[in-house]
Write a protein of this length. Sequence first.
Length: 104
Amino acid sequence: MALEPLPEGGVVVRVEGELDLATSRKLEEALETAGTDDRVIIDLTGCTFLDSSALRVLIASARARDNAEGSIELVTRDPGILRVLEIAALDTMLPVHESLESAL
């Protein structure tokens, strides 16, 4: 995971490779570092796989930010990742953008 600050505040969390049981904790730590009051854009364009442990982290973070002033947005075009988000109804909880530019 790589964290990049946004000029107007908040961060972009870039995910590369698989997001599964072995790597979900790193995403959780990155989101904790960002804080719940910030805007966070999770860039999944480099993500090749997403499992239920990653969904758990995303859902928990979305709920935490609902109770605060922050937000989470996702970026992906991958049909497989989009399908997982759709099945879990995460696409109804969080905005999903096709590119980082459209998220900004």
